[in-house]
Design a protein around this ligand. Structure first.
Ligand SMILES: [Fe+2]
Ligand SMILES: [Fe+2]
Length: 475
């Protein structure tokens, strides 16, 4: 169930009771107790709950310096602090606290979890949710049949519908979470089917190459920083990038160039991943099992469903920031487990889509990554000691499950899009969002040069995709 929070006391009053000196004991206890901080955006009036530790490690003065955000502790937290005797009971009665006529402190508005839109969609009956998704599909089909070339119309429809589709799927799964598996699957069956049909239409539009920066910018503008907004952006950017990839592989000269790039720059990178393979054998068909294959439309749709639901295991009372070293890892890891297990056990989403929810933070098995593949690989190899991954990436479901490759193609695509989105998200609380060029530079440095995490050839392709989008926008 969605939990509502109210904010009560400015954090500064607990951390600097005299308005000047920092109370280090309070900080130590807040850190030890893993106390969350309630953050309010001063202008947009957005709210979010963040671990104190994350904010503090990013900036040990964050409550004083931030121009855009205000920080509070909740009443719940203050009670806990009082129990630990770190503040005097009177400290929560602050000089700024307004009194109502009855004399009790006036509480500002409560936070909204994923937002009021989410609440409204979540409250709909299952049948209404299905109808809503069907309507989205009809809108998409209408755009396709009219062969509309008006990008702003397409953009508007896509931006408005994508977030709703994400929220509906998220809330539908949440609603059946406590049901038995068979009943949950039965309840979500029509909704899952309709989602699949709806995604087919999105995929058709994406293959028409209508995505560009304008679409993504509009989506970002509409975003208020919640997880569902991130999922919507990643979904659209993900299918757009997949469509770009599909187009790329039909260009023979471009694939030959990719082969050259591999030879010139990345053979060592891949050999480090497959140390038992001779460097002379590191060719494109070793990186991609059977080479850079084009994606069949049916498979494209299954993967696109995976992109849509990739973070479905995230809950609305926690603020997630993937890829941030300072963030509480166990919270982030949990969303993959929860997502994968609930998708597999409670729904009939395609198996391919469930693997994307479970494997999208693997980073080629890098210790900083997490997910199901490493556990699966370990068990599988124990049972089948003769098997070892011979390829870096596979397109094939059986091949990944039988551990013939280190990674599943759509999960590697998603990793890149996912990181790019999280580091460029303008709603970041604790760190400035990077612009596109800064994000690409940082990703290369951190995720390719310093560590073997994202795929360098797919990343080369992603850079050309982002550049293409920008050219399209200005051209
Ligand atoms: Fe994720
Ligand atoms: Fe994500």
């Amino acid at each position: 169930m969605s939990k509502e929070y109210s904010y009560d006391t400015p954090l500064s009053e607990i951390l600097m009771p005299d308005g000047e000196n920092i109370n280090k004991t309070n900080i130590e206890i807040i850190l030890k107790e893993e106390i969350p901080v309630f953050c309010r955006h001063k202008i947009a009036q957005r709210y979010r709950l963040m671990p104190f530790k994350t904010l503090y490690e990013a900036n040990n003065n964050f409550w004083r310096k931030d121009k855009n955000w205000e920080f509070f502790l909740t009443k719940e937290t203050l009670d806990k602090l009082r129990e630990k005797n770190i503040i005097e009971p009177a400290a929560s009665e602050t000089k700024d606290t307004k009194k109502t006529e009855s004399g009790s402190p006036q509480k500002p508005a409560v936070v909204q979890g994923f937002g009021d839109d989410y609440k409204a969609l979540a409250a709909m009956s299952n049948a209404d949710k299905v109808k809503y998704l069907s309507d989205i599909k009809n809108k998409m089909d209408d755009l396709i049949s009219k062969k509309t070339k008006d990008k702003s119309t397409v953009t508007k429809v896509m931006v408005n519908t994508t977030r709703d589709a994400v929220m509906i799927n998220h809330s539908a799964l949440k609603n059946v979470f406590d049901l038995g598996d068979a009943e949950a699957k039965k309840t979500t069956q029509t909704l899952v089917y309709t989602t699949h049909e709806m995604v087919k239409s999105y995929a058709q539009l994406a293959s028409k190459d209508i995505f560009d920066d304008e679409l993504m910018n509009r989506l970002v503008e509409k975003s208020n920083g919640t997880v569902v907004q991130h999922m919507a952006r990643v979904y659209l950017n993900g299918i757009s990038f997949l469509a770009y990839y599909n187009n790329f592989v039909t260009n023979r000269a471009a694939v030959i160039n990719m082969r050259k790039t591999l030879n010139a720059k990345y053979r060592q990178y891949y050999q480090n991943l497959l140390p038992y393979i001779s460097i002379d054998d590191i060719v494109l068909e070793r990186v991609f099992q059977k080479g850079m294959l084009s994606i069949h439309p049916d498979l494209f749709v299954k993967w696109a469903v995976g992109f849509l639901i990739h973070d479905i295991g995230k809950v609305d009372t926690v603020e997630y920031h993937e890829g941030e070293a300072s963030y509480d890892r166990s919270i982030v890891v949990e969303h993959v487990k929860l997502g994968y297990n609930s998708v597999v056990n409670k729904t009939n989403y395609p198996k391919e889509a469930s693997l994307i929810t479970g494997y999208h933070h693997e980073y080629y098995g890098n210790p900083e990554g997490y997910g199901y593949f490493r556990d699966h690989l370990e068990h599988f190899q124990k049972a089948n000691p003769q098997v070892r991954p011979e390829y870096c990436i596979t397109f094939d479901l059986d091949s990944i499950l039988e551990c013939h490759a280190l990674a599943y193609f759509p999960a590697k695509i998603l990793e890149i899009v996912d990181i790019y989105d999280s580091v460029t998200d303008p709603n970041r609380v604790y760190r400035k969002a990077l612009d596109s060029a800064e994000a690409l530079t940082m990703m290369r440095e951190e995720f390719i040069t310093k560590s073997l995490k994202i795929d360098p050839l797919l990343f080369e392709l992603f850079i050309s995709y982002i550049r293409r989008n920008k050219t399209k926008q200005t051209g």
